[in-house]
Design a protein around this ligand. Structure first.
Ligand SMILES: Cc1ncc(COP(=O)(O)O)c(C=O)c1O
Length: 440
C-alpha cells in the first residue's frame, strides 16, 4: 500500500497562517491530524492534494458532494448559466424550477425559500416559528448542531462532565465571544427521551422544537420507535412548530430526506449541502400556512446571494439525479457494504465499535458496544483513539472524519469501497493494538 505524507500541506498551512488565521476558513478544518490539507483538485470519489496524494474522500466537504467531486451533468448546468447571467437581484425561472423540485420531493414542502447557508436557513425557520406562534421559546437538543450563530450554538459538543443532570441539562455556550443573551429563549434537552419533551411542549408556550431528525453531527443516532411521532403529535396539539434540520439528511438519506425515510413530516425543514452538490444553496421548506407569512414582508428574510442563478442550475441538475431511483439504489448498496465491512474490520481487530446511521451517512463509534441513544451515551467513545486511527488511515490514502462520520457518494463504487476496506484493515493492523490498550 502506497503511503501518503503531507509535508507540503503542513508547510503551506503554516505559511498561510500569517494571512489567514490558522490557515483555514472554517473552524471545522482546524485541528485535522496530521495537518489541515491543501487540495489541487477533485475527481469522482478522490481528492488530489499538493503533496501528490490521491485520497479516497469520505469527508465529501462535510456532506454536499453526494454525486462525487466531478458530476458532469451538474457542472454542465452550472457552466451554461455562467455564460447567461451571474446575479440579478431579482428572480429567475431557475429558482422557481428549483423550488418546484423541492416541493415535489420533500413531504413538508408546500413552499420554499432559498438562503445562503444552512446556518441562515435555521435562523429563518426560527424567526418564522416565533412570528407565527407569537412565542419566543425554542427547544434544541444536546449534540445537535444547527450552525455557528449565537442563537443556536449551544450544547452541540459540550464536555461530558459539564452536561449536568439529564432531566435538567446545563446549557453549554460553545464559543468565546458568543452573546449569552442570544440564548435567552433557548432551552436544551436530552434527545430521544419522550416524556420530558412532551410535558415541556404541553405547557403551550414553545414556539419551535428544533432537531436533527436523525443525529448525524455527533453519532449516527436514530430516533427510538415512536419518538418522532410522539413529538409530532405533541407539537400539533400545542401549536408548536416542529423544525427538522435536514442540512445533512436532506437529499442525502433519500430523495425525500429524513422526513421521507422516517415517515414523520415537520412543519418546517432546513436544507443545504447535498441539495446542490457543492454549490452554495440552502433552503427552508414547509407548510404553506407558515411559509406564506413571508409574503407580505413583515417577517424579514434577506440575502444578496439567495437563489444565485448558477447555484440554482446546479441544484436542479443535482435534484434531477437524486430523484432517479438508481441513484439511491447505488448509494444504499455500496454504503451498506462499507458499513458492514467496517464493522467486521473493527471486530476482527478485537476493537469494540458500533457502526450506526444510514448507508449514505453513518458514524463509527470506537469503544461503544451498543448503539448510542443520545449525546450522553457517546461519553464512552474513544475519541483520541479514533483520531489516531483516522490519521493513520489518511496515511494509507483514505480521508475520513476524525469525529467518526463517513459520507458516501455515488462515485464510491464497490471497487472503491473494497479498496477503502483494505486500507482500513491495513491501518488497524498498524495502529489497532495501540487502540486496544484504551488510551484516551
Ligand atoms: C444539521 C446542520 N445544520 C446546520 C448546519 C450549518 O450549515 P452551514 O455550515 O451551511 O452554515 C450544519 C452544518 O454542518 C448542519 O450539519
Amino acid at each position: 500500500m502506497r503511503k501518503c505524507s503531507f509535508p507540503r500541506s503542513a508547510d503551506r498551512v503554516r505559511a498561510a497562517s500569517s494571512i489567514v488565521p490558522g490557515g483555514v476558513n472554517s473552524n471545522f478544518r482546524l485541528g485535522v491530524a496530521p495537518t489541515p490539507l491543501v487540495f489541487e483538485r477533485g475527481d469522482g470519489p478522490y481528492l488530489y492534494d499538493i503533496d501528490g496524494n490521491r485520497l479516497i474522500d469520505y469527508y465529501l466537504a462535510l456532506g454536499p458532494m453526494i454525486l462525487g467531486h466531478s458530476p458532469a451533468d451538474v457542472i454542465a448546468a452550472a457552466h451554461r448559466q455562467l455564460d447567461t447571467g451571474l446575479l440579478y437581484g431579482g428572480q429567475s425561472e431557475l429558482e422557481y424550477e428549483a423550488a418546484r423540485r423541492v416541493t415535489e420531493m420533500v413531504p413538508c414542502a408546500e413552499r420554499v425559500r432559498f438562503a445562503g447557508s444552512g446556518s441562515e436557513a435555521v435562523q429563518l425557520a426560527l424567526r418564522l416559528a416565533r412570528a407565527v406562534t407569537g412565542r419566543m421559546t425554542v427547544i434544541k437538543f444536546e449534540g445537535h448542531y444547527h450552525g455557528w450563530l449565537d442563537s443556536v450554538l449551544w450544547s452541540n459538543a459540550a464536555p461530558f462532565d459539564e452536561l449536568g443532570p439529564e432531566d435538567a441539562p446545563v446549557k453549554w455556550l460553545a464559543s468565546a465571544g458568543q452573546d449569552p443573551a442570544a440564548g435567552t429563549h433557548l432551552e436544551v434537552l436530552s434527545w430521544n427521551r419522550a416524556e420530558p419533551l412532551l410535558s415541556r411542549i404541553a405547557r403551550g408556550d414553545v414556539a419551535a422544537v428544533l432537531m436533527e431528525a436523525a443525529m448525524c453531527n455527533s453519532g449516527g443516532i436514530l430516533a427510538e420507535p415512536g419518538y418522532l411521532e410522539a413529538v409530532r403529535e405533541a407539537c400539533t396539539r400545542s401549536g408548536t412548530i416542529l423544525v427538522f434540520d435536514e442540512v445533512i439528511t436532506g437529499f442525502r438519506v433519500g430523495p425525500a430526506g429524513a422526513q421521507g425515510r422516517l415517515g414523520v413530516t415537520p412543519d418546517l425543514a432546513t436544507f443545504a449541502k447535498a441539495i446542490a452538490n457543492g454549490f452554495t444553496v440552502a433552503a427552508v421548506a414547509g407548510r404553506a400556512e407558515v411559509m406564506d407569512r413571508l409574503s407580505d414582508g413583515r417577517i424579514m428574510h434577506g440575502g444578496t446571494y439567495n437563489a444565485q442563478p448558477m447555484a440554482m442550475a446546479a441544484a436542479i441538475a443535482t435534484m434531477d439525479r437524486l430523484s432517479r431511483p438508481a441513484t439511491f439504489e447505488t448509494l444504499e448498496r455500496n454504503g451498506r457494504r462499507l458499513m458492514s465491512g467496517l464493522a467486521t474490520a473493527f471486530a476482527e481487530a478485537g476493537l469494540p465499535a458500533t457502526v450506526t446511521g444510514f448507508p449514505e451517512i453513518f458514524t463509527v463509534s470506537l469503544g461503544l458496544t451498543a448503539p448510542a441513544r443520545n449525546y450522553r451515551s457517546l461519553a464512552g467513545v474513544d475519541r483520541a483513539g479514533y483520531r489516531r486511527f483516522t490519521a493513520a488511515l489518511l496515511g494509507n490514502g483514505v480521508r475520513a472524519l476524525e469525529r467518526g462520520a463517513w459520507f458516501l457518494s455515488t462515485e464510491h463504487t464497490e471497487e472503491v469501497v473494497d479498496e477503502t476496506l483494505a486500507a482500513v484493515r491495513a491501518t488497524l493492523a498498524e495502529v489497532g493494538p495501540g487502540l486496544a490498550s484504551g488510551a484516551r
